[in-house]
Write a protein that binds this ligand. Structure first.
Ligand code: 6LW
Length: 535
């Protein structure tokens, strides 16, 4: 029987939501303060997901300026009804829901509409389209009487599909099965005339769990499924490779199977760096309700493929970006808004130059990064582009040119957990203008210079190797040199707090508004499984 490897979307892709239209599946995940926001993926087998675009790709849709990296766009739900795709999402500030938005599109690849503000409290909004065509909005919020009911409440209101406004009375649906922690991430499904409410409880960390309730009427009352939690790894020991499992969304396949996407993490020695990832779990419907992972009772790294799937090829190759396309690849993100005016692609022209692997390329081709006055610690939009780290073992390399004239001017490679917690390997200059490569950490906003070496050229290859224990930073200039290693847990969510995983970034800082100093990135390479090997 063919199998696939979990997670199906590695790296920071939390709070997955999925829907199907015909043979096509669409999935959306949270993006926090990264821009563009709300990445959408397409699949035919639920295992291989291709980036399709983003729901939020214009700053006019949502302003993320000033937000902490882990605030911003949280836990969207994607649904399809009569030719229209709907996405509902919360904009969080200060780790709380602030505004709930609804976006629509005829084509999930976009364009997506400007947002409609919904009059909704709380977080984790969802939509359910009933057989009669009515649409029901659910979300979670603080309960009015937490000492009686527990801290969280799932609630529902009808969404008028003409006016795109919530209408009619608010229905309190359920307070959860365990009630010790917030109940969140609600989704409603209907099966054989019964409404099933699936939720998450226990918080998104170790006690995360999938729980359920059911009702004969969409607006409730809902009664707790006594089997809750239906899926959790809270009881598993340290040897379990996948933890924090929860936040499920269900989808039926054309072949009649049901699968759940859930979030989970892969900790090593108690810490995880890649963020919350998307895992795919089989579900079986029984008269008692959905049974998650009926064979194993838990999420597995290797799982049987969806019915009818042939051997599943999950891509894991080296990705080399020479920035020679008309637009950036979908894996690149900036912080809180577009980097227009700071980062640009140049297709080249001009003389040939040796690239890192000996190829002849246009001297100008690549990415131009205008050094920005905003540091990576800012809550604005620094000159920074990043992609997710998706493998604990990986090597990232980039060839950077910068004719720095002062130590304040720098450009290079960042290992970025958040704006308060990151490391940079920078090409810069000392006070006399001699090129230097400097390794710096920032923790809780405080910068520490770990190492600096003088280099003979103002163009170098900067590299970081990561494995289970460290991130090791190197410069490949002359004979090459290692600047230092930083323990992996430094970049972990457990150490930094928040909701995101590590991103690998290219950046340039130290410019002034009048000084247009530019760095030039000739290429960037991400090689999974490469750390510790020569290359
Ligand atoms: C998400 C919620 C959660 O909205 O984390 O702890 C939030 N739980 O379900 C951000 O991913």
């Amino acid at each position: 029987m063919p199998t696939f490897t979990n997670p199906v979307l590695p790296g920071s892709h939390p709070d997955p939501s999925v829907c199907r239209v015909g043979e096509d599946f669409y999935l959306v995940t949270s993006s926090f303060a990264y821009f563009p926001g709300l990445p959408l993926f397409h699949s035919r087998d639920l295992v291989n997901w291709t980036p399709l675009g983003h729901v939020v790709d214009r700053p006019s849709q949502v302003s993320l300026t000033g937000l902490d990296v882990s605030d911003g766009l949280w836990a969207a739900t994607v649904r399809h009804h009569e030719g229209t795709f709907y996405v509902v999402v919360t904009l969080a500030r200060g780790r709380q829901g602030s505004t709930t938005f609804l976006f629509t599109a005829a084509d999930p690849a976009g364009p997506w509409s400007d947002p409609t503000d919904l009059e909704a409290e709380g977080i984790d909004p969802s939509l359910f389209f009933d057989d009669d065509g009515r649409c029901w909005f659910t979300a979670c919020r603080d309960a009015a009487e937490p000492e009686v009911t527990g801290p969280g409440e799932l609630w529902m209101r009808e969404l008028d599909l003409e006016s795109l406004a919530l209408t009619g009375p608010t229905h309190a649906l359920w307070y959860g099965a365990m009630r010790g922690a917030w109940v969140e991430a609600p989704h409603v499904y209907k099966r054989d005339g019964v409404y099933y409410l699936i939720a998450a409880e226990g918080g998104t960390e170790h006690h995360h769990a999938v729980t359920a309730a059911r009702s004969g009427t969409v607006t409730g009352p809902y009664s707790t499924d006594p089997r809750s939690p239906l899926l959790t790894h809270r009881h598993r020991g340290d040897a379990e490779p996948i933890h924090n499992v929860g936040h499920a969304d269900l989808v039926d396949t054309p072949a009649g199977e049901t699968w759940a996407v859930v979030l989970g993490v892969r900790p090593l020695d108690g810490t995880h760096t890649l963020g919350r990832e998307v895992f795919l779990v089989p579900v079986e419907w029984t008269p008692r309700g959905p049974v998650f992972a009926p064979d194993a009772g838990r999420v597995r790294l290797s799982e049987r493929a969806t019915a009818g799937a042939v051997a599943v090829a999950q891509g894991d190759g080296v990705v080399r970006d020479e920035f020679d396309g008309a637009v950036l690849g979908p894996e690149w993100n900036s912080l809180r808004g577009p980097v227009d005016g700071l980062v640009s692609l140049e297709s080249g022209g001009g003389g040939a130059v040796e690239g890192g692997t000996g190829e002849a390329r246009s001297e100008k081709a690549g990415l131009r990064i205008r050094l920005s006055p905003d540091a990576l610690t800012s809550t604005g939009t620094p000159a920074f582009l990043a992609r997710r780290q998706q493998h604990v073992r990986m090597r990232a390399r980039t060839r950077v040119h910068l004719a720095a004239t002062a130590p304040s001017q720098e450009a290079g490679l960042a290992v970025f957990q958040n704006h308060h917690q990151h490391a940079t390997l920078a090409l810069t200059a000392d006070t006399s203008g001699t090129p230097q490569v400097v390794l710096t950490t920032v923790e809780a906003g405080t910068a520490t210079r770990l190492a600096a070496i003088t280099v003979t050229d103002d163009e170098v290859v900067l590299a970081v190797d990561s494995d289970e224990s460290d991130y090791t930073f190197r410069v490949e200039a002359g004979t090459g040199a290692t600047l230092g290693s930083i323990e992996r847990s430094f970049f972990s969510t457990e150490r930094a707090g928040g909701f995101v995983g590590v991103h690998l970034g290219l950046y340039g800082t130290g410019g002034t508004t009048t000084d247009a100093a530019e760095a030039h990135v000739r290429w960037f390479e991400y090689a999974p499984g490469q750390a510790g090997t020569d290359g």
